[in-house]
Design a protein around this ligand. Structure first.
Ligand SMILES: Cc1cc2nc3c(=O)[nH]c(=O)nc-3n(C[C@H](O)[C@H](O)[C@H](O)COP(=O)(O)O)c2cc1C
Length: 306
């Protein structure tokens, strides 16, 4: 089985921001957490919108900053900026299937179709920083091109330190069950990703030769899973977690952005609970942070003293 520092929180755009990472840390202080993907163009160009995603990471524990792009030089520059910002490692996105990234920008999953460009990017990033570099990739572009082993060999040649492997092809997007291949014999440690939800999934990944596991969507509404899946204590009052998450978001983004942004978290936290549909409708109409605080406190019966 894996130890705490082998259970990763996956990068989730729009989710694994600083407030979310603070909550994960309460349950898993040593867990490696990957940031939302950051465009090398935005980062190097200093675009404001991107600087909100990117912070000082120094006091955050093990945080890997994920970058995406198709330009080796810009990727190297972006990696340096994030190293200077205190990232503990740099992760290169080689799996994102969304058209904006994978087809229009020629980045993310597109790099699985061009191992030479992928190699150029990996080498440039590895040479640019002193911290470790990882990649996050998929099984391949589609069923006819399941060449993940070749990609891992290229990564090893380029000096990459480890790989997170999502058990789907680009063509599968996020549909259908993830199938994790046996990774014994790979030249790098491989972290299992895709549909990891419980301790049995960790055991299976370990048997298949993985060096760790990375949890994505199972964190939605359950950020504590990163700690509890390995045997850590679950929260006694979920409402208190929701309230703290809200406070961190308000502090970080300001009320105007944080309140609407927090609606999705409320939906995930409350999913499956009695009256959650009515509660979500109520929350979706709220724009005032105090009103949102009251709604959350009433729904969960919080006993938080913030
Ligand atoms: C909302 C959402 C956002 C995501 N954002 C990223 C991202 O920024 N970078 C990345 O490499 N993968 C991203 N992914 C993919 C996840 O990291 C993960 O590989 C995928 O969800 C499979 O793992 P899971 O079955 O545990 O969710 C995202 C997935 C979702 C659902």
């Amino acid at each position: 089985m894996f130890t705490n520092n082998q259970i990763f929180a996956a990068p989730l755009a729009g989710v694994t921001d600083r407030p979310f990472r603070r909550i994960v840390r309460e349950f898993a202080p040593n867990a490696p957490i990957v940031t939302e993907m950051i465009s090398c163009h935005s980062l190097v160009g200093g675009r404001k919108n991107c600087l909100r995603n990117f912070d000082r990471y120094d006091e955050e524990g093990p945080v890997g900053a994920q970058i995406f792009g198709a330009d080796a030089g810009l990727m190297a520059d972006a990696a340096r900026i994030l190293q200077d910002a205190g990232a503990k490692w740099i992760d290169i996105n080689m799996g994102c299937p969304v058209p904006k990234v994978a087809t229009r920008a020629g980045a993310g999953a597109f790099l699985m179709r061009d191992h030479r460009l992928a190699g150029d990017i990996m080498r440039a990033v590895v040479n640019a920083v002193q911290i470790p570099v990882s990649i996050k990739t998929r099984l391949g572009w589609d069923d006819a091109h399941r060449d993940w082993r070749d990609m891992i060999n290229v990564a090893a040649d380029c000096g990459v330190k480890f790989v997170a492997l999502h058990g789907r092809t680009r063509a599968q997007l996020y549909l259908g069950p993830a199938v994790l291949p046996d990774v014994h014999g790979c030249p790098l440690p491989v972290i299992a990703n895709g549909d990891i939800r419980c301790a049995d999934d960790l055991s299976r990944a370990s048997e298949l030769g993985y060096a760790g596991a990375m949890i994505g969507r199972a964190m939605l509404g359950r950020p504590w899973i990163i700690g509890t899946i390995g045997g850590g204590a679950a929260p006694t009052n979920v409402g208190n977690i929701v309230r703290r998450h809200l406070e961190y978001s308000l502090e970080y983004y300001g009320a105007k952005t944080a309140v609407p942004m927090f609606r999705k978290h409320v939906a995930w936290y409350s999913a499956g609970m009695p009256n959650s549909a009515e509660f979500r409708i109520r929350v979706n109409g709220i724009i005032d942070p105090d009103e949102l605080r009251v709604a959350i406190d009433e729904f969960w019966g919080c006993d938080l003293d913030i």
